[in-house]
Design a protein around this ligand. Structure first.
Ligand code: ADP
Length: 254
């Protein structure tokens, strides 16, 4: 396995003629937690979508686990991979969104079992056993028969994390996972994420939770207007930011 789980070089992305990502360089070492902060509209979600190849890129390169994402390179030129191969790559990356996106007509257990059975062709019995273990891991033993509507937001988000983990991802992406939660439910989700980080999972976390970034993050990136303005140790970036834009942003949110 490569030491760098996510390597991004010169990544650019446009919507129409608007440049959303303007030459992003970033490395996320395997087993580490990279937190990303920045103003709304700075391109954080778009960056996560590119890592997972939910969005096509317009320039640069990115690799996950040493593999070029979305393309194969031949004689210096990129050729887009067929959808089947992209889906295989995507299956190795777990994604957790702000709006939990659970299947409303399925129980917690069914939500977790669905992708392993459908995508990985795991048989129902082992898939169910693993899903029960994961429910236990996220503190939801006993809630397997609940439908999403019968769970709190924090519980739904923990099911969403378990559902992503059921695919045995090599990397987990979190897009503001606690932003839609009532304040009293934020802690239970962050605790599950902290536990996951301790287990050695590589994580990229877009978040407003600066305390989480400080305590759990190995690195913190500040993005603004489609660029990485500053990246470093979370305590350094938060306590002694070098760039004026970072200072101004932190002064607003702290
Ligand atoms: P952030 O996550 O930092 O809030 P986003 O990555 O969501 O920022 O968005 C960056 C910019 O790209 C915003 O100006 C947003 O309006 C624009 N954008 C995002 N998705 C699309 C899309 N599918 N089509 C057009 N513009 C988009």
């Amino acid at each position: 396995m490569t030491d760098i789980m996510v390597r991004i070089r010169g990544l650019s992305k446009r919507y129409g003629n608007r440049e959303i990502l303007r030459g992003i360089d970033l490395d996320v070492p395997a087993g580490s937690v990279m937190c990303i902060i920045g103003p709304s509209g700075s391109g954080k979600s778009t960056l996560l979508s590119c890592i997972n190849y939910l969005e096509r890129i317009d320039g640069g390169r990115l690799w996950v686990g040493g593999e070029l994402v979305g393309y194969r390179e031949h004689k210096g030129r990129l050729h887009e991979l067929p959808e089947r191969q992209i889906a295989q790559m995507r299956a190795k990356v777990g994604m957790v969104f702000q709006q939990f996106n659970l299947f409303p007509h399925m129980t917690a257990l069914q939500n977790i079992m669905e992708a392993p059975i459908r995508v990985k062709r795991i048989r129902p019995d082992p898939a169910r056993r693993r899903a029960m273990e994961l429910l236990d891991r996220v503190g939801l033993a006993g809630k397997q028969a609940n439908f999403p509507i019968q769970l709190s937001g924090g519980e739904q988000q923990r099911v969403a994390i378990a559902r992503a983990l059921a695919m045995d991802p090599q990397l987990m992406l979190f897009d503001e996972p606690t932003s839609a939660l009532d304040p009293e439910l934020v802690g239970e989700v962050l605790a599950v994420m902290q536990d996951l980080a301790r287990s050695g999972m590589t994580m990229v976390v877009v978040t407003h939770e600066l305390a989480f970034a400080r305590e759990v993050g190995d690195a913190l990136t500040f993005m603004d207007a489609g660029r990485v303005v500053e990246c470093g140790h979370p305590r350094t970036v938060l306590n002694a930011p070098k760039e004026r834009r970072t200072q101004e942003f932190l002064a607003r949110v702290l």
